[in-house]
Design a protein around this ligand. Structure first.
Ligand code: 5GP
Length: 177
């Protein structure tokens, strides 16, 4: 397995660019069918989801809106999940069909803490699309409506996900060795 280094850690390739894009297109097709005629608002959570959100959005065949928001909750190799606040959520969500776009759901704490803030605005519907899900790591169960890949409970980088700020530009997803 070809290894790469990000900071002090070695990572091996886990998902190829081709495999990721194929799955992202499949999700875009499913969402386009599910939301035909409904014009959903995608709320992508920065920073990690920017690449997934871009590829997903590109392949939608329906009218849709997109905004990016930021939640502060993550440092180093462990997720703290303590969502302090959201920045950039200016839209009034009342009556909207919202789809949250996440890079990865690990313990589920981040979304568990954040979802009530969204529900409070009374969107018409609220669904979650995540590229990666560490189902083994679940501590806060969530209904995940669109999942790209269920992955083992090991740290990953690439395709938007970082390790201490680096690795986001990698086209593939790499797993900690
Ligand atoms: P949760 O609150 O579900 O435990 O964690 C969600 C957030 O933790 C993700 O949005 C992501 O920022 C971060 N995270 C969890 N696992 C990983 C991982 O394996 N790699 C990276 N780069 N970030 C992760």
């Amino acid at each position: 397995m070809a290894a790469i280094k990000v900071h002090d850690k070695s990572f091996g390739i886990y998902l190829s660019e081709e495999k990721i894009l194929q799955r992202v297109k499949e999700i875009a097709t499913t969402i386009s069918k599910d939301y035909a005629g409904r014009r959903p608002l995608f709320i992508a959570i920065l920073n990690g989801s920017f690449m997934f959100a871009a590829d997903l959005f590109k392949h939608l065949t329906i009218e849709a809106e997109l905004c990016f928001i930021k939640l502060a909750s993550y440092k180093g190799l462990k997720s703290s999940g303590n969502v302090v606040t959201s920045i950039g959520l200016e839209d009034d969500l009342f009556g909207k069909e919202v789809i949250i776009v996440e890079d990865i759901v690990d313990t589920g704490k981040t979304l568990h803490n954040f979802l009530p803030k969204l529900h409070h605005q009374q969107p018409k519907s609220l669904k979650i699309a995540t590229l990666l899900h560490k189902s083994e790591a679940t501590e806060y169960p969530l209904e995940l409506n669109y999942v790209g890949f269920d992955i083992p409970n090991k740290f990953v980088v690439g395709y938007g996900l970082d390790y201490d700020g680096l690795g986001r530009n990698l086209k593939e997803i790499y797993q900690l060795i």
